[in-house]
Design a protein around this ligand. Sequence first.
Ligand code: CIR
Length: 255
Amino acid sequence: FDYSHAIVRSPAASVVAGLRAGDGPDPDFEALCAEHDAYVRTLESLGLHVTQLPASEAFPDSIFVEDPALVFGEGAIVLNLAAPSRAGESALLAPVLEERFETVLRMQGPGHADGGDILVLRDRVLIGLSNRTDRAGAEELISLLARLGKKGEIAETPPGILHFKTGCSLIDEETVFALAPMANSTAFAGMRVVEVPEGEEKAANKLRIRDSILMGAGFHKSRAIVESFGIPTIGLSVEHIGRIDAGLSCMSLRW
Ligand code: CIR
């Protein structure tokens, strides 16, 4: 969690047409920008050096920089995104990573993987299969992770959940906060699993940065659970970001 750097991308006006599974309302552009701004300021206030990339109108979902790449101190991996409207985001981000990392590996396909499906644990990297991450992609990713000295492991994302991390996040290195359908996953073997309270499903995607946890504002039960671990929380509005199926982890790459 001891990150020193983050990359984010400013929202483009096209973000209001971002992908979503349901047919809910569009986000409001100004309100979404305010949510994004507050997020960036929070990362900075926690001591991260944040690079803010320019908005890209051609890619409505490109503010979700977590999905086209995986980054570690040891190097970066450019991923193959499954959603056709997002596929070009990898090429958009790759040069930015080339400038910052000595080692940049690339998925070649034919498989796909989204960063939102990847949960980095202390001793292994979980890759959740989902509508965006297929087995071929996960297997290719395991071999790329091995080149960075990391062990990848395949996990399942329950149906109806966009990304693996839509349904879970870490409280600390031993503790995962997970939606009920994921709580018994064998992927979390050896860890403590705390269930997300009913009615607060959108609180599952939190973000631990150093000694704090960023979480959606208003999820009082979840906040009390997290704080019972002695970790201060920072509540951020995710109402408009949430309208396009996103949460807090999606908006940055951290290392
Ligand atoms: C999408 O469907 O791809 C975007 N509207 C939301 C992506 C959220 N990303 C993430 O959870 N890592």
